[in-house]
Each structure stands twice: as C-alpha cells, then as structure tokens.
Design a protein around this ligand. Sequence first.
Ligand code: XIL
Length: 402
Amino acid sequence: MSETHSFSRRELLQGASMLAATTAMTALTGCGPKRSSSSGHGLPGVDVSGSHSLKAHAMDARMLFGFAVNTQKLRDDAAYRALVEQQCSIIVAENAMKWQALRPAIDQFSFADADALVEFAASRHIRLRGHNLCWHEALPEWFAKQVTAVNARQLLRDHIRTVAGRYAGRMHSWDVVNEAIDVKDGRPDGLRNTPWLQLIGTDYIEMAFRVARDADPSALLTYNEYGIEQETQDAAMKRAAVLLMLRRLKQRNVPLDAVGIQSHLQAQSAYGTGLQRFVRDCREIGLEVFLTEMDVNDRTLPSDIATRDITVARLYRSYLDLLLPERNVTAVLTWGVSDAGTWLNNGKDRAREDGLPQRPLLFDDHLRAKPAFVAVRETFDARRQAGALRSTPTPQKPLPKL
Ligand code: XIL
C-alpha cells in the first residue's frame, strides 16, 4: 500500500474538528481539558468510554486491545490508570519484566513492580503479556562481567523457570525470545549474534521455549520481532529468516504458539502484501499473530500538528486494514498509553529535526483521543463486519467461527 492518495473527507473532518476542539479547550484552561468524569476521555463528539472504547470494539471483533504500560505511572497517576482500565483488555509492561528490572544481581530477583502489575491486571480482569524472558538488550550491568559460557545456560534456564513459574496461570502470553534475527550479522541461519548465542549456542532459543512451557503451561509462548513490517528488501529478507527459524522450531516440536509483530511503523513507509503473506504463512504453521508494539514514528512529517495527526491516523488505518482481515491476528497493543510517555521522544536518533515532540500514539499528552483513535476503532468494526458476513449461515454448512 503506498501512502500517496489524499485524505478522505471523513478523515479531514475528524482531524480538523478534533484539533479545533483541542485548541479551544487548551486556550480556555491553559493546560488542556480536565477529563470528563462521565463520558471518559474523548473530545466533544467522540465518546471513548464504555461500549465506545477500543476494548469493547476489539471484543466485538474477537480481539484484544491494549497498551504497554509504565508501572510507576500506573501507580501514581489516576488519570493514566483510568484510561488503561477504560481502554484495555490486555496490557504489557513496557520495562518492568525485563532482566534489567528483575535482576539487581546475578543471584537476586526484584519482583515488586512486576508483582504489582500482575495484581493490577488480575483485579481488573485485564489480560497480561509478559515481555520478555530472553533478549540481547535491557541486560543488567553485571551481565557482561559475570556471565560466561560456563554459567549462561543455567542462568537463562533459572531465570525463565523463576519468572514464568512465579506468574504461571496468570499470563495471557510471554514473549519468550525477543528479536533473535538479524540478517546483517551475516550468519546463514539469519540469527543475530547476541550474547546468548555466543555463550550458549544456537539452541538457546529452543531451550528458552521448552523451559517456558514447563514453567507456565497455559501462557501462549511468543516469538517477538521488529523490522519485518515494510515492503523493503531488508524487511523481506528478515521475514524469510524469521519464518525459516519458526518452521524449524515447529518441526522440532518446540512449544511455540504465536508471533509478535512489533509494528513500530514509520510515517511515509509502505506496508503491504509481503507482511500479509507473512501473517498467512504463520497461520499455516499454526501460529497466532499479535501486533505487540504499535506506534508511528512521525519524524519525517511536517511540524503542523493537524497534518501529522491525520497522516498518523491514516497509517494506523491502512496498516490495520491490511492485517485485521487475517483471522489469526488476535491482539493489538500500542507501545505506550499517550504521546506524553512515548519512547520515541527519548534518544537523539529518534528526535524530530524541528525539535517538536513526536505524536505516535492514539491519545495526546493530555490523554485526549486523537484521530488515530477513531481510525483504529473503525478498523476493528470493519473486521467485525467482515466476520459477520463470512459467517452468514447456509443450509448445508455449519457456521464457521469468527
Ligand atoms: C523500549 C522502552 O519503550 C524504553 O522505555 C526502554 O528505554 C527501551 O526499550 N522493542 C522492544 C521494547 O521489544 O522492549 C522496546 O522498549 C522498544 C523496542
């Protein structure tokens, strides 16, 4: 899908009216509107609460919707917490379950934040994804000094047993291995040359999944990856390497249930049939697909906020229109709750040249719904309608499930 056609009238109207409302309310209050107590967080004319929430529309389309959350904000910021409760049927810790957060020392675990998140989710009947058990980033400082080829295998095994075991039966899914492919590292199998690969060997991936299944038999075990979304040669090669690895794991009966497509999108990039084919290939080998970390990097877009918000909304819409008709796509999560906390505003390499903050998410930095919220909700409705059409009963055939 190219991003060349012009905005629809509906999109322009939505964008313009939401922006006008934002500007008017900001002018009135000086700091943006307070959250409305009864109708939730929406701007006038856009109700985002109750049956109008993303979780409600997702559920009608047989999907889960949610955010990556910051555990500190969830504890300290009531408005943030209310928005999570209002919109999410699933959440994931943005950082609280990574090694760096859980492992202050090689022989210690610190579970306070992760435990609090598990309790929060359980008490609100929100499903929880675990992110992640094995990754080459977010490793604690002691890792480089203390982990060797002698102790690495046992350390990874113990970590997965302890962490996945602690929350067994309470997790929707675990990202068991995150980002294990990097074609640029030059290996014929496409594996990234990570510390885990160097210290344990190529079977670290298989080992991680097997230990995770033993520790928590009910969580959906997921392989999570980025850089496989676009229609570029690089992404196509990475998709091929990921699929090769997934097929090999399946052939060896490694317990693997789902693929996470991170979906950190770039404004003005093309997404299309290559990725759609990938999702279908995943279905053929029996894998569910979760869109695990959606956001839109807007650094190539002009400064003007209305233009940016509408362009970002259009990309959410076209990306989800591409993938949500695939029935094995069962969850959509954005990487963050609002533009206020997005990781895209940390780090020079992601900064906009005009110095303005990025606006990659569905809610603005005052937790007000943006045009992208409406776009995403409509893609959920389109999936529901397509599913309903497909399941129209015929005399001979039993009703297919959505
Ligand atoms: C990011 C977090 O958002 C940041 O707060 C942190 O500083 C670095 O990690 N892919 C992943 C996520 O799998 O864990 C990353 O999260 C974003 C890219």
